[in-house]
Every structure is written in C-alpha cells, then in structure tokens.
Design a protein around this ligand. Structure first.
Ligand code: NAD
Ligand code: WQD
Length: 338
C-alpha cells in the first residue's frame, strides 16, 4: 500500500482545500474528523475535485487507539494536523474545552505518532500567537504572547513540538502560522460554511452580499491605518493549502522544528476588502461603523521571506481572486453544505 498522509480535521475549511491540493500533488490521504464543525457532505465535494473520495475515519483525535489504528491500517508516514476549535471569542468563555481539544488533542496525536513511528507533522498555528507590538511585518522571530485561550492553546502546542524535536532529532515538524485565510476553491464546490453568525470578516461580508444579513458592522474606523479600519493579511485558502504540500516536501528533506508564516506580506483594510467584494459580487454591501471589537489589534501582516526561502512557497492569488472565489461559493451555496 502507498503511504498516506493523515489529515486531521480534513473536512473543515482549510483541511478540505488541503485534501484537494494533496490529491493534485499525487498524495493519498486518510482523513480523521469528528464532524464537530463540518459535515460528511464535504467528502463528496472533495471526491468531485480530487478524482475520488479520500479515505475517511469518523472519529475524535483525542482517541489515541483510533489514531494509532488508522496510522497502521493506512501506512501513514506523515500527518497534517488541522483538527481543533478555532473561535477566539468562544475560547474566552470555554477555556478548558479549548485546551482539551487543541492541546489535549495534539498530545493524543503525538502519542499515537510516537507509538507508530510516524515522525513527520505539520501543525496549524496562527498569527494570533504574536504579541501586540505594532511593528510590521511580523517575522517568525517577533515576540510571542497570545491574548486568548485559543491563542495560548496554539502557543502551548508550538512549544511542545519544539521540545519534542529538541529531545529527538528523528522528528520533522513544521508549525505553519496562518494569517487570515479566506476565499474558496474556484469551482465553488468547497468553501467556508460557518455555523451561526460568522466571526470573521469575509464570511460576514459574503452573507451580506447574498442577502442573508442586512449590513456589515465595521468594528472601529479610528485606528491609525490607511482609512481608520483594521488591517489584516488575507491569504487565499488554496495558497494556504498549497503551502502544506510544499511543507510536506520540505519535511522529507529536513529534520527538526521549523516555524513559518503563511501570508501574502500585505495588509488590507476592512473598507478595502468591502469595496473589492462589491466589485467581485456586483452587489452593494451596506455597512455601519460601530465600536471597536474588544481585543482587536489595528494592523497585522506577515514577513513572508522564510516561507519562500525554506519551502519555495509564495501566495499567488490576488485579493480580487479571494473575493471572486468567496462570492462564487456563497452565491452557489447560500447555506454552505447544509
Ligand atoms: P474548521 O473548524 O473549519 O476545521 C477544523 C476541523 O476539525 C473540522 O472539520 C472539525 O469537525 C474538526 N475537529 C475539531 N475537533 C476535532 C477533534 N477533536 N477530532 C477530530 N476532528 C475535529 O477550521 P479551519 O478554519 O479549517 O482551521 C483549521 C486549523 O487551522 C485549526 O486548527 C485552526 O485553529 C487553524 N487556523 C485557522 C485559521 C482560520 O482563520 N481559519 C487561522 C489560523 C489558524
Ligand atoms: C478582520 C478585521 C475586524 C468582522 C481572527 C482570529 C485569528 C485567526 C483569523 C484563527 C478586523 C474586522 C471583522 C466584522 C469587522 N483565526 N471585522 N466586522 O480578528 O484578524 O483574526 O481570525 O487562528 O486567530 O483572531 O480576523 O476576520 O475576525 O477580522 O469590522 O463583522 O475585520 O475588526 O479588523 P482577525 P477577522
């Protein structure tokens, strides 16, 4: 049997795009997902784009036995670990649940990897691990300091992985710090399908554009930015997905622990995003300026030279493509996968 890549959380937003990118690169995958924030309908959609469904195990990453069995049964030789809980605001009210799923889940995964001799891992980290500093772009060496339980859960796992690699040179680990992944596959078959009110800017704008929500609330227009609204480094989800394929290649060549930003290196304001989305959708997007969102920073974008130097990866897709692909997905699937 050909060795497979275990993709935890592979039916989620980024994981589904990664499954398609991996298939395009000729990699076979096995997905473990407990459907906590996804649906089995995603499997059929991935199958359409990848020329067949990925192997799928419905289960929880905190089940060490299930993971070890899956790794043995599918001759897994590397793991991409997307599974986790990701809502910053929710994590403030449910810290133990976040530490359980994100830290406990990662520990269980590492135990299963250790038991089965799998030593290659890509971990989904986040720009949220950086301390607020104001100096942009953020290089991987910038001061760390997460401000939410979610962010700290990512930081704990990063530290754990660094300690593990220091203890045993056989491990090859990449912590990929995503900035703001947005957009969808251009086929409009897979995309982001938030449950309830979207927390993030682009899915919210998308729901206003399609008529499901009345208007966007712009959280503050008095930041020291180009137009007073918050600035972020939005990066196309397919570029992010392809970054994982490059990182897997890299881990086949190099051992140790690498920590790498995935972003475009450019900041875009809320109003710039809104205007670009209006252009892409041909719809007017009503908005009102409201108070700043607690905990928000004014500006954030990545230093991206390490990804280019180590992985040979660069974000290729424009803001226009991010908005066009998001819009096509939203228009064709107004209820997401439901
Ligand atoms: P997502 O919620 O769409 O996908 C996560 C998937 O993991 C879901 O399919 C969910 O059902 C599954 N899952 C959750 N807990 C599980 C468990 N215990 N066992 C098995 N499956 C489980 O999230 P996403 O946007 O695709 O994010 C993927 C990863 O990237 C997450 O770790 C997230 O923290 C990280 N990340 C996301 C962003 C972003 O903006 N989307 C930014 C930075 C980092
Ligand atoms: C972007 C900008 C908002 C919604 C979060 C997490 C981070 C990472 C990505 C996982 C900000 C403004 C938003 C709205 C608005 N996820 N905004 N109205 O805050 O950069 O990052 O998602 O790791 O950890 O913190 O992204 O999309 O929520 O906000 O004005 O309805 O849009 O104030 O300036 P953020 P976001």
């Amino acid at each position: 049997m050909n060795a497979k890549v275990l993709v935890t959380g592979g039916l989620g937003y980024i994981g589904a795009h990664a499954c398609v990118a991996l298939a395009e690169a000729g990699r076979s995958v096995v997905v473990v997902d407990n459907l906590a924030n996804s649906s089995s309908a995603v499997l059929d959609r991935i199958a359409e784009l990848a020329g067949g469904p990925p192997a799928f195990v419905h289960g929880d990453i905190r089940d060490i036995g299930l993971l070890a069995r899956t790794m043995r049964d599918h001759a897994v030789d590397s793991v991409i670990h997307f599974a986790g809980s990701k809502a910053v605001g929710e994590s403030v009210g449910l810290p133990l649940s976040y530490y359980d799923n994100n830290v406990g889940g990662s520990m269980a995964l590492l135990a299963a990897m250790a038991a089965t001799g799998v030593r290659r891992l890509i971990f989904s980290s986040s720009a949220t691990v950086y301390a607020q500093s104001g100096r942009m772009p953020l290089a991987e060496t910038a001061t760390l300091g997460a401000s939410s339980p979610y962010g700290r859960s990512k930081l704990f796992v990063e530290h754990m992985l660094a300690d593990l690699c220091a203890s045993d040179p056989a491990w090859s680990v990449a912590c990929l710090r995503y900035f703001n992944p947005v957009g969808a596959h251009p086929s409009a078959r897979i995309g982001e399908s938030p449950r309830g009110v979207p927390n993030n800017l682009m899915p919210y704008i998308a729901q206003v554009a399609v008529g499901q929500r009345e208007r966007l609330s712009v959280f503050g227009d008095d930041y020291e930015t180009v137009d007073g609204t918050g600035v972020r480094d939005y990066v196309h989800v397919l570029d992010v997905a392809e970054g994982h394929v490059k990182a897997l290649d890299y881990l086949q060549r190099v051992n140790g622990c690498a920590t790498i930003n995935l972003g475009t290196g450019h900041g875009v304001s809320v109003l710039q995003m809104l205007r670009e989305y209006e252009r892409a959708s041909g719809r007017l997007i009503p908005f009102q300026v409201v108070a700043r969102r607690p905990g928000d920073i004014d500006r954030c974008w990545a230093e991206v030279s390490l990804a280019h130097g180590l992985l040979g990866w660069q974000a290729r897709r424009s803001l226009a493509q991010m908005c066009e692909d998001s819009w096509r997905w939203q228009r064709d699937n107004p209820l997401g996968y439901r």
